[in-house]
Ligand binder design. Structure first.
Ligand code: NAI
Ligand SMILES: N[C@@H](CC=O)C(=O)O
Length: 803
């Protein structure tokens, strides 16, 4: 272990949500030992604290649920322990015993025989105590000796259970005593401490981050890392603004300011212990560890120019006539005396002739609604109420020195027909805030965020088809952060479901289809071609004729299209010609690089050669990844029928694999290449040798796959015959003199095409310039990863070309 630097790494529940993430988090710690001495702080596994809180609610009424509730949690933890460790019996027993302790404490809570608040904190502590044990055991099982520490041994607090106040000096001293002498990597429970009677306390919201700050302070750490589920601190909450950008750098002061305005960033308490120490803080994404995240340092100067938007709520707007306003104000002030939330009650009156307006935090309103009702009815006052409202807030130093900033913000809202229910600028002009209903708040937050990013271009995407290619594309898109471009996925669909979210669908691991509707292209095309659309890229990853036939409508509306589907380019020549005219007339773009050679640069090479004045005379070779795979499998003794099923499962073959075997896929590729060169050819003019047995040409897909094994022997004999002569089979095509020929060729095994492996394609281009030796493009020509990457490259090229 490198001990020259001290790093404190804190992993939140989202970084510990399942065995894979726990493994990944422990790997981060193991890698860190090359550079520093790591000290780890962990939260409870994702969902565990919520489950514990749920168990404590109304416990008196549901003692029968204690056993099952605890058992679920016990199993969850033990299963992960067993999966990730080499069975360290002592630690496993300790983990198991924690849940016995939990059962006893829940029973005590139901009997009401001990201080309830203290008992609840002890119950909540189980989550962190269990996760620290697991984390340390996983590290040890992987060869990095580690030791779990229960922080109530050394984090000393007062007795305010639920939100205990830390005694900094004692804590600092004890942390040093306990952790500095550890020979192993310490894994410390976040969130918990203990009072002077050694009763466990909890530290409140962001408690584990705070623990990490305390440990970093006591150990004079060089570096503190907070591992979470987003790319650092974002310009807005991504649930409201999917286009939120990660902020590269912040100062400690910025963090305090951001969270005071409601931003969900690390709690200022986290950095308070270390802000005068030169410790650097980094907020990183466990789902995307290579992303640089946000660095927080004391020295950074953002000069109040933070490009951030916060959305808070829900609020209730309450209006009364002016004569009762003052009395109601006094009442609300009295009822809110115990509230710590500074936004529980807001008051606004514009003139003595207008009703007075109160903006109440909805949770506060719910608490006092009975009192309010009584107050109103005893005075015959009519309360005008509007609930579920949200404040969209932008704060900046520049409102005072740049009057045009608030004007520009207003203009933006007005031009998008957004009328705030209330608007507010605070006294020292540091923020401007607007109240909207949920839908308008979402739109306003997104517009403001995008506008403030300024140099960011926002490109809307619709992805049709979430199969092998579409799904992989969405995954690749998730980890992409292109300079100057923000992609907003406004919709996605497959043959069953369509999801539309104007504000953008969050790019998580998988699309959540719960709000989707059955796919209906009539409705979708109406939305896609709505008059206000701008900078929309439609991605067709379906392979569906129904979808490809919609391109003219999309082009007419100025939509840009990127597709791996070969269909639109290979319908009747008239359709192709029509597309070309529409693209020109409407100044749109059509990129289809992946329709021949998947991710290989075939189409772009042809276009570049032609635009440089070269003239292509011949294109030949192998353009089917599935066929190369199939023949290679046959060479290795795999039956023909198995190889084709395997090719589909691996995502090489077409949605209907008969398109590969019939040669149709290769015909479409050559037709696309020829038409791209400007030749006018109909599909019927292309001669193709089909691998589909005569008897199976007219049966349905399932019968076809069922009966294919009847032909395994024929193929075995055919490949053996070739192999015996040092030859092999390849499916090739040639375009020359305006004609295309496609079929099986028997070639020497040691020829360049005979040697192709995997899903390789090999495309030879002869031209006026390349007339002796062809320009050769070779590489994997099928597969979801390479194809999706090619589609993504087309999307990026399109996006960069847009203003
Ligand atoms: N897999 C590969 O290696 C390559 C594939 N391609 C092309 O990419 C396209 C997609 O291929 P895969 O992802 O492998 O196919 P797939 O069968 O795995 O996925 C197709 C997707 O399209 C959806 N879909 C089909 N008809 C639809 C309709 N009418 N409306 C809405 N959604 C519909 C399906 O539900 C599915 O989500 C095809 O055109 C294929 O030729 C191109 C190059 C390489
Ligand atoms: N099924 C196709 C996929 C790429 O276009 C192939 O195997 O080449």
């Amino acid at each position: 272990m490198n001990t020259s630097e001290t790093h404190v790494l804190k992993f939140g529940g989202t970084s510990l949500q399942n065995p894979n993430y726990i493994k990944q988090s422990t790997q981060i710690v193991m890698d860190r030992t090359q550079q520093a001495h790591p000290f780890v702080v962990v939260s409870a596994l994702e969902g565990v604290t919520d489950a514990l809180i749920e168990l404590t609610k109304d416990i008196g009424k549901k003692t029968d649920l204690i056993e099952t509730g605890v058992d679920n949690l016990r199993q969850k933890h033990l299963t992960i322990f067993d999966k990730l460790t080499d069975g360290q019996h002592k630690k496993r027993n300790r983990l198991d015993k924690l849940f016995d302790e939990l059962t006893q404490d829940l029973h005590k809570l139901s009997l009401d025989i001990e201080n309830k608040r203290a008992l609840k904190d002890r119950i909540l502590s189980i989550g962190e105590r269990a996760s620290a044990l697991i984390f340390a055991s996983v590290l040890s099982s992987n060869g990095l000796p580690a030791e779990s520490f229960e922080a109530h041994q050394f984090i000393k607090t007062d007795s305010t259970f639920g939100k205990a106040k830390v005694k900094q000096d004692t804590t600092r001293k004890l942390i040093r005593e306990y952790l500095q002498q550890s020979k192993f990597v310490p894994v410390v429970t976040g969130f918990i401490g203990s009072d002077s009677q050694n009763r466990i306390t909890t530290l409140g919201r962001s408690g584990s981050d705070y623990t990490a700050g305390l440990v970093a302070d006591a150990l004079n750490a060089d570096h503190l890392e907070i591992w979470t589920d987003v790319n650092g601190v974002l310009s807005a909450d991504p649930r409201w603004v999917p286009t939120a950008q990660s902020i590269k750098e912040l100062s400690f002061g910025d963090i305090t300011e951001l969270s005071a305005h409601g931003a969900k960033v690390i709690h200022p308490q986290t950095i308070r212990p270390i802000q005068d120490k030169g410790t650097t803080v980094l907020v990183k994404n466990s789902y995307n560890p290579s992303h640089p995240g946000t660095s927080i340092t004391s020295g950074f100067e953002s000069n109040g120019a933070l490009k951030t938007i916060t959305v808070t709520g829900p609020f209730v707007k309450l209006q009364v006539d002016e004569t009762h306003a003052f009395e109601l104000f006094s009442k609300l002030t009295e009822w809110s005396e115990q509230e710590t939330d500074s936004e529980a009650v807001g008051f606004k009156t514009s003139s003595e002739f207008e009703p007075a307006r109160f903006i109440l935090r909805q949770s506060f309103f719910e608490k006092v609604s009975n009192l309010l009702g009584q107050w109103a009815s005893s005075r015959d006052v009519v309360l005008d109420l509007q609930s579920n409202l949200f404040k969209v807030k932008k704060f900046s130093n520049h409102f005072s020195d740049d009057e045009s900033l608030s004007k520009r913000i207003w203009d933006l809202l007005v031009s998008n027909n957004l009328q705030p229910i209330n608007a507010e600028r605070n006294l020292d002009e540091r923020f401007i805030s607007f109240l909207f209903d949920r839908q308008d708040a979402q739109l306003a937050a997104r517009l403001l965020n995008d506008y403030l990013q300024g140099d960011q271009k926002v490109i809307d995407l619709f992805v049709a088809g979430t199969g092998a290619v579409g799904h992989t594309l969405l995954k690749q898109l998730k980890s992409l952060e292109p300079e100057g471009i923000t992609f907003r996925l406004i919709g996605a669909c497959n043959s069953r479901n369509a999801l539309w979210q104007e504000e953008g669908i969050a790019l998580k691991n998988d699309i959540d289809w719960s709000d989707s509707e059955p796919t209906n292209w009539e409705l979708l095309i109406d939305k896609l071609t709505a008059p206000h659309r701008n900078n929309l890229i439609f991605v067709d990853a379906t392979g569906s004729e129904e979808v490809a036939r919609l391109y003219p409508q999309l082009f007419e509306n100025g939509t840009h299209i990127v597709t791996p589907s070969k269909l639109a380019n290979t319908f009747e020549q008239a359709f192709f010609d029509d597309l070309q005219s529409l693209i020109k007339e409407n100044n749109t773009s059509f990129r289809y690089e992946t329709t021949a050679g998947a991710g290989l640069p075939v189409i772009s090479t042809l276009n570049e050669l032609q635009s440089a004045g070269d003239s292509i005379t011949e294109i030949s070779g192998v353009v089917s990844g599935t066929m190369t795979y199939l023949f290679n499998q046959l060479e290795q003794g795999v039956p023909f029928s198995e190889a084709i099923v395997d090719a589909r499962e691996k995502g090489y073959a077409e949605p209907d694999p008969r398109d590969d075997l019939s040669g149709e896929d290769v015909a479409r590729k050559f037709l696309t290449l020829a038409r791209t060169l400007g030749y006018k050819i109909e599909r019927e003019q292309i001669a193709v040798e089909s691998l589909i047995p005569e008897a199976l040409r007219d049966v349905d897909k399932d019968t076809f796959l069922d009966q294919l094994s009847n032909y395994d022997q024929t193929w075995e004999q055919r490949i053996s015959a070739a192999q015996n002569k040092g030859q092999t089979l390849r499916y090739t095509g040639r375009f020359k003199d305006g004609k295309v020929n496609i079929g099986i060729e028997v070639l020497p095994k040691d020829s360049p095409i005979g040697q192709l492996k995997g899903t390789d394609n090999l495309i030879q281009i002869f031209s006026d310039l390349y007339n002796q030796t062809p320009l050769v493009i070779q590489g994997p020509g099928a597969g979801k990863e390479v194809t999706a990457a090619g589609v993504l490259a087309d999307i990026l090229k399109t996006a960069r070309s847009l203003s």
